[in-house]
Design a protein around this ligand. Sequence first.
Ligand code: GN1
Ligand code: MG
Length: 375
Amino acid sequence: MGPADFLTQFDVPGAVASIAPAAEGHINRSWVVTLREGAAPAGRGRPPSSQRFLLQRINERVFTDPVRVMENVALVTQHLAEVLYRIDAPDAERRALRLVPTRSGAPYHRDADGGVWRLYPFIGGAVVREHVTSREEAREIGKAFGTFQRYVADYAGPRLHETIPRFHDTAWRVETLERALAADRAGRAKEARSEIAALRARAGLAEILPPLLASGEIVERIAHNDAKSSNVLLDERTGAALCVVDLDTVMPGTLLYDFGDMVRSATSPTAEDERDLRKVGAQVPLFAGIVEGYAAALGPVLKAEERELLVFAGKLITYEQAVRFLTDHLDGDRYYRIAFPGHNLVRCRTQVKLLESLEQQEGALGRAVERATRC
Ligand code: GN1
Ligand code: MG
């Protein structure tokens, strides 16, 4: 059975005109589906967005309980739809992901092998940025995740599942790296000596947040948990933020995880796997753009205790991601999809370089937070 066969499980009108793999993320498999019925008249360019869908199969090696992932996604998308309806948002169908139900009304389809499939209407007229090059773009990324956080802040439903336990437990990530290093199953530790040393020297970063979360000083919130720039849709005409996508890791956390991921993915004007490390480094105007957009969208939802840790969050998540990429490299690339041998080591190196650059510019980054959050 191919992906087109699973599409028939969902409540969509018309037959499939085309189905093409979508180049999305390191984890799930995705296809863009175009339906035949009611297609735009010839010569009118691409069909309207209601004719296109994004079909996805959840990766069960990463998400061992895909049903709980879908329960979280269903609760959050429902909440977002309610908020957008309440505030009478213009262009609402492009402001949040919406699940297309199956013919029996379920939010996902489970196939005979246990695979979990879901369908979203394709949000048309949108672009994503793998990396960000201007303060304005950075501001829109910040605005998208800030708006998401403001919308979910008044969610009052059941607590979301922790679909990947210890996802942002940095100390556990470091322990996992140490185990991978000790096993060295792919014989690669020798080529990563300087990265290993750099990460070991910074293991103390992992100790800061857990006690603050345990005491409640940093509040638990719904977090997106994969808040990278490429998970934001921007209007292709105006460049304005539309919405955030990839809700698989939406679960309890702190907004610091999301802010940190924005810093990790949008303060260096380079791709996550840039090989020329001379180009990699945090640019203060890009950081300023992120924090401006984020703080403006969040308003009073952002607490002083959180604001104080925004710069730290950028370092923490960049560090954690370096640890995760290196672990996977040492493990023989079993988690992240790679495009060439050594891809995860290349990714780790960009994170380490970015981390060093964040450390060197901490003062300027802190001043950017001050300016953006001054009342
Ligand atoms: C993965 O799904 P995708 O490719 O956007 C990963 C994130 C990492 C990111 C690094 C479930 O995200 O945690 O930050 O790669 N997702 C999962 O680019 O592990
Ligand atoms: Mg993801």
